[in-house]
Design a binder for this molecule. Structure first.
Ligand code: URA
Length: 296
């Protein structure tokens, strides 16, 4: 009787100088002659043996191992849920800030609202709320990014090294803190002076916009790319924005003339750019004086 058996054949096939090693499970007929077997190998493309002694003969059928069962994916990845919750919290805080601002009609109340606002976690790590400095009747508003360590300690914007440089620039241009109003996009210092997140900026932006509405200045001087991106809601680099007039519309529809320039902290590190910042400030002051005969 013809007996069939399962045989594993190890082989090397050479095809166009490429060698493929493999292992083939075949059903062999016990009554095949050696010649027939060799012919069968050749027909299958086998042209080299791996050793003199055949190996790997199996008496039994190969055991088919069961694949390990796959665990179903976790219902909801926890980090996703956290992200969604954070996004929702940010949206809620933005809405709260905007709603609060709607009913605020003077700067003192706005300062109080910011000091009592609980929707931005930066407040938890800050020593002070840094609201503003200068003259609320001024026609020029200067806006930086966020308080640093000195500002956080003292509670006034631009009092550290970059503030001192700013004061020198203002003085040289015939201005000071009585002829302009100074504030920041964020009223709280990001820990370690890290870059504020988009969510932190979005939550605090309604307060900045309300300040501008209440002051209704003629000019805004934006200190650094981050402040410019936040207020103008764009993603331009400061190098591309500086030196050209831009515009900001208040809620009441007033068009405010805007210039952006390098942040004083950047100028402290890159003295070579001071001339450009200086020419930006002079440009603004020249226009301001020309617009109203002589404001100063
Ligand atoms: N940098 C800012 O942007 N604002 C400050 O008040 C101080 C440093």
């Amino acid at each position: 009787m013809n007996k069939l058996r399962f045989v594993r054949v190890n082989f090397i096939i050479s095809l166009e100088k490429l060698y493929f090693c493999g292992s083939l499970g075949v059903i062999m007929n016990n009554e095949m002659s050696v010649r027939e077997m060799l012919e069968w190998y050749l027909a299958a493309g086998v042209d080299e043996t791996l050793g003199e002694v055949p190996f790997g003969f199996a008496e039994e059928e190969p055991v088919i191992r069961e694949l390990p069962k796959r665990e179903p994916p976790a219902a909801a990845a926890p980090y996703r849920q956290a992200t969604t919750e954070l996004a929702q919290a940010t949206q809620d805080a933005c809405r709260n800030a905007r709603d609060l601002c709607l009913s605020i009609d003077n700067l003192d109340k706005l300062r109080e609202a910011v000091e009592n606002f609980e929707g931005c976690s930066l407040k938890l790590t800050a020593a002070h709320t840094v609201f503003s400095d200068g003259n609320p009747q001024a026609r020029i508003v200067l806006i930086g990014e966020a308080p640093g360590a000195d500002e956080d300690r003292i509670g006034r914007p631009f009092v550290g090294r970059s503030g001192q440089l700013l004061d020198k620039m203002l003085k040289a241009a015939g201005l000071d803190r009585t002829s302009c109003y100074i504030t920041n996009v964020l009223p709280w210092r990001p820990p370690g002076n890290r870059t504020p997140t988009d969510a932190e900026i979005a939550v605090c932006l309604p307060f900045l916009k309300r300040q501008i509405d209440l002051i209704a200045p003629d000019y805004i001087f934006l200190l650094g790319g981050s402040a410019a991106n936040a207020l103008l809601e764009n993603a331009e680099t400061i190098s591309r924005m500086r030196g050209r007039w831009m515009e900001y519309k208040t809620t009441a529809g007033k068009n405010v003339k805007v210039l952006a320039s390098f942040h004083p902290a950047y100028l402290l590190r890159n003295a070579g750019q001071k001339a450009k910042a200086w020419s930006d400030l002079l440009r603004l002051v020249k226009d301001y004086r020309a617009a109203d005969g002589d404001n100063g």
